[in-house]
Write a protein that binds this ligand. Structure first.
Ligand code: 1HE
Length: 263
């Protein structure tokens, strides 16, 4: 990767959390081939040295999706390979070793929504808006949206967004299951880092099982899923780390759950 590509995505390590910034605000963080390469490097690096990661966007928007200026001249086979490259890179961290959080604000559009959908937890502030304008642009989703976004919010809602150009507000997207948290303006990154810090304290093998077993089990039959759960559950319990954590709880060294005060 050359220096210019590196600038397109920023990277910093905050304790055990890697903070990855889409850093092309003049183009509303549109994802070009170079951005994809830089995202690949950043997500791989995060998995080698952090225990959780956050992806956010610099400027007023998370991401305006695919770089349409670059895409318009792509020959057919290049376009297919470009889409497959997004798939490989997004899948590599989606089914990787550490949890990824996304902090969303402003436009979360097209490929930007597809990127967010590949992260494990989505936090949006009140300025976020979600759109899939591929139909208006004469193209189709190519960054995994027909699989991930459709599974998150349902193919019928996704089809509505694509057919009608519907822009969806954060509260509605939360109700649809597309995001997990809505926070006040300007607080998405702070909140996502806080959540990532919490996840970073989990046993790494538990996080690995959450990332890799949970989505696979969701696609199994009930019987296969229950059987797989038992095997994964027993395997995680066998690690020295799990044994230590269970002893810590039983010998009153571990923090208790923070139960919300409902009085
Ligand atoms: C871009 C892109 C882009 C902005 N590719 N250059 N995505 C879209 O269809 C969304 C297109 N973008 C927008 O609708 C708007 O830019 C926003 C609502 C996100 C922001 O509006 P605004 O008024 O703040 O910015 P702007 O003036 O529209 O854009 C600023 C610059 O960014 C301008 O370039 P400039 O050289 O004239 O300054 C824009 O051309 C540029 N820009 N968005 C390229 N997307 C894997 S398949 C996924 C398929 C898709 O993602 S389709 C959806 C594409």
């Amino acid at each position: 990767m050359d220096g210019s590509a590196k600038m397109l995505v920023s990277y910093r390590l905050q304790g055990e959390v890697a903070v990855i910034g889409l850093n092309r605000p003049c183009k509303r963080n549109a994802i070009s081939d170079q951005v994809v390469d830089a995202l690949h490097d950043a997500t791989e690096r995060a998995q080698s040295e952090a225990r959780a990661a956050v992806i956010y966007g610099e400027g007023d928007h998370f991401c305006a999706g695919l770089d349409l200026a670059e895409h318009k001249d792509k020959p057919l086979f290049d376009a297919i390979q470009g889409s497959r490259r997004w798939h490989r890179i997004f899948s590599a961290f989606e089914r990787g070793t550490i949890p990824f959080f996304s902090a969303l604000h402003g436009a979360v559009v097209g490929g930007g929504f597809e990127l967010a959908a590949a992260t494990h937890v989505r936090v949006a502030d009140e300025t976020a808006f979600f759109g899939l304008p591929e139909g208006q642009r004469g193209i189709f989703v190519g960054g995994g949206g027909s699989v991930r976004v459709a599974r998150l919010i349902g193919p019928s809602r996704m089809g509505d967004m694509m057919l009608t150009g519907r822009i969806v507000a954060p509260a509605q997207m939360e109700a649809w299951g597309g995001i997990s948290y809505v926070v006040p303006k300007g607080q998405a990154l702070t909140h996502a880092i806080e959540l990532a810090r919490a996840a970073a304290t989990n046993a790494p093998l538990s996080n690995y099982a959450i990332l890799n077993a949970l989505p696979r089990i969701a696609e199994m039959s009930v019987e296969d899923g229950l059987f797989t759960e038992s095997i994964v559950s027993a395997l995680t319990s066998e690690t020295p780390e799990a044994k230590q954590r269970l002893r810590d709880f039983l010998e009153k060294r571990a923090a208790r759950l923070k139960v919300p005060d409902v009085s």
